[in-house]
Write a protein that binds this ligand. Structure first.
Ligand code: ATP
Ligand code: MG
Length: 420
């Protein structure tokens, strides 16, 4: 027997039993994005490797060890996108969507990172993301946070997620803080965890979100980022907080929140939950005012977030918030041999008569009892048995979920449609 070929580790099939949950989630995401006048953009999953190196940063976890990078047949280095913002900026620059304009965009689709697969962490995963360009003020930071808060409400999980905010301030303020933090940590170098020792030179801010308790204890006395905030960034941050207060959005200031991508400045935020173990961040984002220029465009501010759809679905399932759904409403079958030839046509009439009705037609000519068994297993609300006798059609409607209701007999298809 031939050996079975299996899926790539960390890349999941989405089976028919799971797709109703995903369709529900995707539907709500689309609906809420359009309630804020955001428009969809779709980018390719493959990009030049340089795009991600130049945007996410050479010494970040993503670029150092998580990207799927390979040479194509022409010898060009390509990378399966690990996130959407860089591609979105690339597309916006390429098509002249950004400069002197204020596009509000959303995207949804697969992302790829070579990480250790575990619950809530996969090698192909899906993000829904929002990006807004050309608007420098804190009002738009507040808007995208309100949009995300509306999503939690729409899904009924507003009590399971918490908003954490921070400001990474200006590049200059952050550079000063970096120096101060490095100097402080040097004095404790030997006591730091290995990753943090390595990051001391390459990416010292990431030491702040080290998981090591010993490193965290050392950080308790470290210089604070907010002491290095420049005045404009402080005003921006306060402008954001005031607007969130006015809209009734609760948040906590987390000065250790730095994000794993280099392009952020000023506002950064995460929505976190305690319900998913270590993979607790469902949505993360912030401002990236330098990125458009860094990728070759004219200076244009930007702000956005990305949400992990797998983590969102896991959270909704854990909370029992996925509405039940049915793939078949009505199961149609022939009641006698003569009717076998017309059931497909009858089903077409039913679909014409009630748009959206999910009609499944039995395939094959088993005994009626077998067909009814399948009808029952399909989960359909109704079964319809079609009879044909000397050119005369009749219909028997069965209430499959409520056996106490008597079967109904009809001679007109219109009457069947009215009874559904
Ligand atoms: P983490 O700290 O969990 O690794 P991250 O900072 O790498 O997350 P981002 O790059 O900000 O994550 O991506 C935004 C969101 O995408 C995350 O908050 C998470 O919900 C989701 N996400 C990121 N990586 C994965 C993954 N490998 N599998 C599933 N979801 C992911
Ligand atoms: Mg990560």
């Amino acid at each position: 027997m031939a050996k079975n070929i299996q899926a790539i580790r960390g890349m999941n099939d989405l089976l028919p039993s799971q797709s109703p949950a995903w369709q529900y989630v995707e539907g709500v995401l689309r609906q809420v994005a359009s309630a804020y006048s955001y428009e969809e953009i779709r980018m390719p999953v493959l990009e030049s490797t340089d795009l991600f190196k130049r945007s996410i940063g050479e010494v970040t976890d993503i670029v150092e060890k998580e990207m799927y990078t390979f040479d194509d047949r022409n010898g060009d280095s390509l990378t399966l996108r690990p996130e959407g913002t860089a591609s979105c900026v690339r597309a916006g620059n390429e098509h002249g969507l950004l400069y002197n304009q204020t596009p509000r965009l959303w995207y949804m689709g697969p992302m790829f990172r070579h990480e250790r697969p575990q619950k809530g962490r996969y090698r192909q995963f899906h993000q829904f993301g929002i990006e807004a360009f050309g608007m420098p003020g804190p009002d738009i930071d507040a808007e995208i946070i309100l949009l995300s808060a509306r999503l939690w409400k729409a899904f009924g999980i507003e009590d399971q997620v918490e908003l954490q905010l921070n400001s990474l301030a200006s590049n200059e303020a952050r550079a000063n803080y970096r120096d101060a933090l490095r100097e402080f940590l040097r004095a404790h170098e030997a006591e730091l965890d290995e990753d943090s020792q390595r990051r001391l030179d390459s990416n010292v801010l990431r030491v702040l979100d080290s998981k090591s308790p010993q490193t965290q204890a050392i950080l308790a006395n470290a210089p604070r980022l907010s002491d290095y905030w420049d005045d404009e960034s402080r005003d921006h941050f306060e402008g954001l907080c005031t607007r969130l207060d006015a809209a009734g959005i609760r948040y906590t200031l987390n000065e250790r929140l730095v994000r794993g991508l280099d392009y952020y400045n000023r506002t950064v935020f995460e929505w976190v939950t305690t319900e998913l173990g270590a993979q607790g961040t469902v949505c993360a984002g912030g401002r990236y005012d330098g990125l458009v220029e860094q990728l070759g465009g004219k200076p244009t501010p930007g702000v956005g977030f990305a949400m992990g759809i797998e983590r969102l679905v896991l959270l909704l399932e854990a909370q029992g918030k996925i509405p039940s759904s049915r793939s078949t409403d009505l199961y149609v079958m022939a009641g006698n041999a003569e009717a076998e030839l017309i059931v497909l046509r009858v089903a077409e009439q039913l679909r014409d008569g009630q748009i959206g009705l999910k009609v499944q037609v039995h395939s094959g000519s088993q005994a009626l009892k077998k067909k009814l068994n399948k009808a029952d297993k399909s989960g359909a609300e109704y079964g319809l048995v079609v009879f044909m006798d000397g050119g005369i059609e009749t219909y028997q409607l069965k209430h499959l979920r409520d056996r106490d209701q008597a079967d109904q007999e009809f001679t007109q298809i219109d009457a069947v449609i009215r009874a559904l």
